[in-house]
Design a protein around this ligand. Structure first.
Ligand SMILES: [Zn+2]
Length: 439
């Protein structure tokens, strides 16, 4: 971690920089005079002391020791930072012109910025801090710091006449939460705006739920919502960055929620991904594949192509079979060859089938959720031994369920779940308290 705090010596030096050049000479003269007086023999007549010595006289009068001391002090006093706040329409070129910094210096800085391109787009409100050299009175730029935000700065340091080096500083920040709650009256946009969210935050909040809810169609007047917005802080200073940390929508007796996890993705309060997702396997643990998906399988008896439209898993009889996605049970039947089987329609795109079951635990028309037990595996129909035959159909064509490009479930890792749960509890607590206050 780095710090933006200016050292005390620089602060003093900054004040020094504020003095116009002629004043500096006078000030130096005064210091020299006073120092000289301090070393003046006390026996000297007071009248002489009263006579203000000229600069030359004082310099001559100074002892060798005094001169040495003054030189040391003069090294500490260096001209220091000139700060400039970027305004609309500024470019590095116009700013450098204002400070009479040479084109060659600008080229050298731009060359050093090639890796970062931080200076390519200057935003109003950002600051540039210039450090000019101490040993001459021309505007020789020694260093320049771009303060992009209170948490982010880039320092360019002169290496030699033609080169600058750069160093980027990004500070540790904290997020300060605020809750925006309200009820739907008109559109979600209008209602969220009324609750205090800005356009950008509203867009982000609706985007999180885009797979769960259609904000234009599914929201009803009176539905309630809570949005937790985090503001990035460096100490007491806001960096200007915000993020959505949690959203809850209470609609027609149901609550849908989304919480930001440290991986940058949103999950519901159970830690499940909000993107529509399927389990890859229809069982809680993976079983050996006794026969793979094979559209060109040759039938062992007829010798003709007889596709194997699913994957066979060597599951012992009675193994719980799980629906690999949310959906509706479309078939529960007993077939002379497929045995007892279940078919589930997940959407117009996806369909799954589970064959040779021992027993079905669901009925046609029933709504099921991803991971729900729908059957116990068996050995029914034409089967050479206990196994589960699992099929996945995409747009009514069977595909290899182990390789198909389907939206997979991503749940928060078990190890990270306790921390996620703590965070959800904290955010929900904020939401609840706010809602209570809100009435
Ligand atoms: Zn099979």
């Amino acid at each position: 971690m780095t710090t933006l705090v200016t050292p005390m010596s620089q602060t003093l030096a900054t004040k020094w920089q504020l003095f116009p050049q002629p004043h500096k000479y006078i000030l130096i003269a005064c210091i020299v005079s006073l120092s000289a007086l301090a070393f003046w023999p006390s026996s000297r007549p007071s009248l002489e002391v009263m006579q203000a010595p000229t600069l030359e006289e004082t310099a001559q009068a100074s002892s060798a020791e005094t001169t040495a001391e003054l030189q040391t002090e003069a090294l500490v006093v260096e001209p220091l930072p000139v700060q400039y706040t970027i305004e609309q329409g500024d470019t590095l070129s116009t700013i450098f012109d204002q400070f009479r910094i040479s084109n060659s210096t600008m080229r050298a800085i731009l060359a050093s910025d090639e890796e970062l391109l931080a200076l390519d787009v200057l935003k109003p409100g950002q600051q540039l801090v210039f450090q000019f050299s101490a040993d001459d009175f021309s505007q020789t730029l020694e260093s320049m710091t771009l303060i992009k935000s209170p948490a982010h700065k880039v320092a360019y340091q002169r290496v030699d006449e033609k080169h600058f080096s750069f160093e980027e500083f990004i500070l540790d920040t904290e997020w300060l939460e605020s809750v925006y709650a309200g009820h739907i009256e008109g559109s979600f946009y209008v209602s969220a705006k009324r609750a205090g969210l800005n356009d950008d935050e509203i867009v982000r909040a609706t985007h999180i739920f885009q797979e769960q809810i259609n904000f234009a169609r599914d929201i009803r007047a009176g539905d309630r919502f809570e949005v937790v917005v985090g503001r990035e802080m460096v100490g007491d200073t806001a960096t200007g960055s915000t993020r959505i940390e949690g959203v809850r929508l209470h609609s027609r007796g149901k609550t849908i929620s989304a919480f930001l996890h440290e991986d940058g993705h949103f999950y519901n309060h159970k830690g499940e991904s909000l993107t529509p997702a399927f389990l890859r396997y229809p069982t809680a643990r993976q079983y050996r594949i006794s026969s793979p998906f094979n559209p060109r399988r040759l039938h062992p008896i007829t010798g003709r192509v007889s596709p194997h439209n699913g994957v066979d898993f060597a599951t012992p009889i009675g193994t719980p079979v799980l629906s690999t996605g949310d959906g509706i049970v479309t078939r529960v039947r007993n077939h002379p060859f497929a045995g007892i089987y279940v078919e589930i329609e997940h959407s117009t795109t996806f369909k799954t089938r589970y064959l040779h079951l021992n027993r079905a635990l669901v009925k046609p028309g029933q709504r099921v959720t991803r991971g729900q037990r729908i059957a116990l595996s068996g050995n029914t129909g034409r089967s050479t031994g206990p196994h589960l035959h699992f099929e996945l159909h995409v747009n009514n064509r069977p595909v290899n369920p182990l390789k198909a490009d389907i939206p997979m479930v991503s749940a928060i890792d078990k190890k990270a779940l306790p921390a996620f749960n703590d965070r959800v509890a904290m955010l929900e607590n904020l939401m609840v308290n706010h809602s209570t206050n809100d009435g």
